[in-house]
Design a protein around this ligand. Structure first.
Ligand code: PEP
Ligand code: MN
Length: 353
């Protein structure tokens, strides 16, 4: 074959490539139009297996080679997949919690603190509510520092059924009493959707814990009430899982959601969990919600609380959560990682800018 003939063939190939390019983009436009038509009819699922089977059959029947059917089917499946992904992109653009949907930051006001306003916010309190005296002593320290929020678990989701499970509503009553006395807002975990309504009389922020991040009935129930939700990342949840969990809440009407990175399970054993610090800027980029870091449960180590909190704020977190107990050595839960009051003072001095 002469060089001239080879050039001729190459030119023809380039031409065919451009025609294929035109055709697959034309196909994409048709896919988008039909997706819009389907959405108008109220259908929100774009993948239709029956329709896809018909398309593949038609292609096979008309395949004259030299490609074998299996090869042709493989190529077309890729083209179909790209079309579906194009529609999914449109859907994820539409996630209520996404920045694409709402470019400006969501600011959530709790007891005068504006989470998401660019300032640093803090939530402190014991792991679990143990007694009125215990909570009141912590509240006094929190108040003394000019802080506005108090945490404390009344319903404790413990790994072992034989461990302290929390005081339940009695614990919420203690929190409410102390919060009123010290003018603090209460953050407390609810684990059962059936308790939510009653709990609203006692708490200002509903915490949904790591173990319940994908308790979809709880997420939906929290979406239907008019109280801010602090949603913690599941211990084996990806960032996408986490964002979708928040979407469950928002999709039911409640958009006041604070995301909380609290470490994930990895093979590393030197910390209780692995603090996924870059999840913070990722969540800030992908969503418009405030993002906090829980340095207690992510590290499980008292000696790491201050450096982890500094890292969290440096990387753009809106706030930090940590556990404080009057006498951590005898705490009924998480004894190894709660701060005593002396350390609480040091923590605030070193961390607050
Ligand atoms: C908590 O904050 O009390 C708690 C149980 O944390 P997590 O759900 O992140 O384990
Ligand atoms: Mn704890």
């Amino acid at each position: 074959m002469s060089n001239k003939q080879l050039d001729q063939l190459r030119q023809e190939l380039d031409q065919v490539n451009l025609e294929i390019l035109d055709l697959i983009n034309k196909r994409a436009e048709l896919v988008q139009k039909s997706a819009q038509a389907k959405e108008k009819q109220g259908a929100n699922r774009s993948y239709d297996p029956v329709r896809e089977r018909d398309m593949l059959n038609l292609i096979k029947e008309n395949n004259k080679g030299p490609f074998e059917n299996a090869t042709i089917i493989h190529l077309f499946k890729e083209i179909f997949k790209a079309g579906l992904e194009l529609q999914e992109d449109n859907h994820s653009k539409a996630l209520l919690v996404s920045r694409k949907k709402k470019p400006e930051d969501t600011i959530i006001e709790i007891n005068g603190e504006k989470f998401g306003d660019g300032n640093q916010h803090f939530i402190f309190g014991p792991c679990a509510v143990e007694s009125y005296e215990q909570v009141a002593q912590v509240a006094e320290q929190v108040k003394k520092k000019g802080l506005k929020l108090l945490r404390g678990g009344a319903f404790k989701p413990r790994t072992s059924p034989y461990d302290f499970q929390g005081l339940g509503f009695e614990g919420l009553e203690i929190l409410k009493r102390v919060a009123d006395e010290y003018d603090l807002a209460v953050v407390s975990e609810i684990v059962n959707p059936a308790d939510l309504e009653k709990a609203l009389d006692y708490i200002d922020v509903i915490q949904i814990g790591a173990r319940n991040m994908q308790n979809f009935e709880l997420l939906k129930a929290a979406g239907e009430v008019n109280k801010p939700v602090l949603l913690k990342r599941g211990m084996s949840a990806t960032v996408a899982d986490f964002i979708n969990a928040a979407e469950y809440i928002n999709s039911r009407g409640n958009g006041n959601i604070i995301l909380c990175e609290r470490g994930i399970r990895t093979y590393e054993t030197s910390t209780r969990n692995t603090l996924d610090i870059t999840a913070v800027p990722i969540l800030k980029q992908e969503t418009h919600l405030p993002v906090m870091v829980d340095v207690t449960h992510s590290t499980g180590r008292r000696d790491l609380l201050i450096p982890a909190a500094k890292a969290a704020l440096a990387i753009g977190a809106d706030g930090v959560m940590a556990e404080v107990h009057p006498d951590p050595a005898v705490a009924l839960s998480d004894s190894a990682q709660q701060m005593d009051f002396e350390m609480f003072d040091r923590f605030m001095k070193e961390v607050k800018s």
